[in-house]
Each structure stands twice: as C-alpha cells, then as structure tokens.
Write a protein that binds this ligand. Structure first.
Ligand SMILES: [Zn+2]
Ligand SMILES: [Zn+2]
Length: 351
C-alpha cells in the first residue's frame, strides 16, 4: 500500500465507478511506513458513500485494533491538518491470523506469515479466473517462513515477490533487512510452478537501469518475469494474464508504421502468418496491429523488411511474447502489445 500506488488506484476507481459508492476490501501486509503512508492521502476514505473492509494482523507493539490505531496516529497533530473523524467513509477492521482463510465475493483469501522485522502477512487470492499471490517484504532463510511461502505460492498464476536487493547485497550488506532478490523469486517461481513472476518492492536507490538489469537476468532463468512499475495493471482472464504498461515507462518510443511479417499462434491454437503494421517500438517491446488475435503469453516472430533494397534482406527479426491484446484502432483489428524475448539486434546485410 505505497503512496503512489494508492493514488493510481484512486484515479482508476474514479474512472470506473461513476457516481456509485465504492465497496472495497483492503489487505494490509504490515505497518512499516512504506506500506501505510498513502492512507491519509487517499481521497475515497473521505467520501461518506464509500465502504472499506480492512484486514491486517494484531501487532504486539500496538495491541488490539492495530490498524485503527495506525489511522489515528498518522492523522494526529502535528502530522496532518485534519483528524481521523474527517474520514467519512465507513471503515470496518478485521484482525486475521496467519494461516486464516476467508471468502470475499467468490474469491478465497489465504494468509501466511513471512520473514520480516515485526512481522508481515503474505496473501493468496484464488478467484474464479485464476490465482494471485502477494508476498512482499520477505527475507529468505527462515525455514518456517520459507515453507509458508512455498505453500502459499503453489501453482499460482501470478506471484508478486520482493526483489528489493541484488543477490550480492542480500548476501552481504543488506542481510537482516527483511527483503529478497530476483534470484530467490525465480527459484520460488520454478519450485512452486508459478506461471508469472512479478518483481516488486524495488529499492528506492535502484535506478530504472538497475531494475531492468534484474529483470533481464531473471528472464534468462524464468522467461515469464515482469518488473512492477507504477500504473502497470495485470488482468487475470482464465486464458493467461493481460499486462498493460503505463505510457510513461515506455516514454522513449518512436511512433512509426513499419511493414512486418508476423507469425504466431492464434487464440484457438492454430498458427497464423500475416503482413502487419508495427506502430511503435522501444528497446523492450512493440505495439502491432493484427487481423489475428494471438494467444496471451504465446510467442510471436516479427520480421521487419528493409525497404527498397532486396540485398539487405530482413532488417530485424525479433522473438516476442504477447502480453496485451485490445480492440485495434482500426475496425476488426487487434492492438497487440509484445515484449521482446531477445535483445533487439539488426541482422548483418547479406553479401
Ligand atoms: Zn516492511
Ligand atoms: Zn516494505
């Protein structure tokens, strides 16, 4: 529950709900600042027609009603201009135990205790269209918690996992800080037959380049890995996950229209080949307009032809994974987002 993420959620809810009130369930992992500091700034908490159900654990440092106390403390003087009585939304607090299970509107929720200073809960959500495990703020090396996490993550469609540090930092200067690394995430994803791994809880001192480095190292070992970013959304569909990335992160894109030949697997499993238009491209991925609707997470080959010079052959030949599919900008076409599996490399000209 980081500040910016809450803000983005607010924007999305405002778009969806129209005039109706929000009824939402919020799972709180623990009480460290980086997970609670967005609370006083979340506008929906101040609107009377909204209802929120919070789940968290009773901290031995706070005692009963731990999360309710956090709300009050954060909004006390001189830290905030108004007190908690201004939060007009209905708020319901429930303290759960590690290992507890309950159901919310057809989604089964399971908790497990993770290895983090002052405690942290991991959550698994089993929905009718797939499962997602949120297990961040965890340091490997505690036998009981390592086992808890593996039971929680077993066969999940999506595992959101702590990858704050590099494997080298985790083994040396950041040992005991309660976090993990991409290599550990990959190990758990493999062992537990997870389908998609999302690296999360990036270190504030990591540059985008450093995070991209962790991501590409992780992808060598476990191709279906993602690095979380602000505004990224992952939709479980029962046919795989659809990942939508924010424009801001893909900012350095070139809008263009390249002719390309695309081969891949359609949703019904048949293979297709078609001449297509490449609409934009970055070092990491591209956006294509296709007549066929490729299967999510399937592999596409995209061959871009060099214009006007038959001796040059193909300019680029790329292997990519389908991550996103939406109605195209032109009628009957699909807008398809792909992520490159290999680095973008030009083929040498033919002799
Ligand atoms: Zn923490
Ligand atoms: Zn944290």
């Amino acid at each position: 529950m980081l500040g910016n993420q809450l803000q983005q959620l607010n924007n999305r809810w405002t778009k969806w709900r129209g005039d109706g009130g929000i009824e939402a369930h919020i799972l709180v992992t623990h009480y460290h600042w980086d997970h609670i500091q967005g609370i006083p700034f979340f506008h929906p908490f101040f609107e009377a027609h909204n209802r929120f159900h919070f789940y968290s654990f009773q901290s031995k440092y706070l005692g009963r009603n731990s999360l309710r106390q956090v709300f009050e403390a954060q909004m006390s003087r001189p830290y905030f201009p108004v007190d908690v009585s201004m939060m007009a939304a209905a708020r319901f607090f429930r303290e759960v135990e590690a290992g507890e299970k309950w159901e919310v509107e057809g989604t089964q929720i399971t908790t497990a205790w993770l290895n983090h200073p002052q405690g942290c809960l991991g959550y698994r959500l089993d929905t009718p269209v797939g499962s997602i495990v949120y297990a961040t703020d965890n340091e490997p090396g505690d036998a009981q918690c390592d086992n808890n996490l593996r039971l929680l993550a077993q066969g999940a469609d999506v595992l959101v996992y702590d990858a704050q540090y590099s494997p080298e930092q985790l083994a040396s200067t950041r040992k005991g800080w309660g976090h993990s690394c991409w290599l550990e995430g990959v190990k758990i994803a493999r062992e537990c037959k997870v389908r998609n791994l999302i690296l999360f809880h990036h270190d504030p001192d990591s540059t985008s380049r450093a995070v991209d480095g962790f991501l590409s190292a992780a992808r060598q070992e476990f191709p279906a890995t993602w690095a979380a970013m602000e505004g990224m959304s992952v939709t479980l569909s029962g046919r795989g996950i659809d990942v939508s990335l924010p424009e801001s992160r893909l900012g350095q894109r070139r809008r263009l229209r390249f002719a390309a030949t695309v081969t891949g697997q359609a949703e019904d499993g048949t293979t297709f080949e078609e001449k297509a238009t490449l609409r934009d491209i970055s070092l990491q991925g591209a956006y294509l307009c296709l007549n066929n609707r490729p299967r999510l997470q399937s592999e596409l080959r995209v061959v871009i032809e060099a214009a006007g010079d038959p001796n040059r052959g193909s300019l680029l030949s790329l292997r990519a994974t389908v991550i996103h599919c939406e109605p195209g900008r032109e009628k009957d076409q699909n807008g398809v987002g792909v992520f490159f599996i290999e680095d973008v490399e030009s083929e040498p000209p033919r002799d």
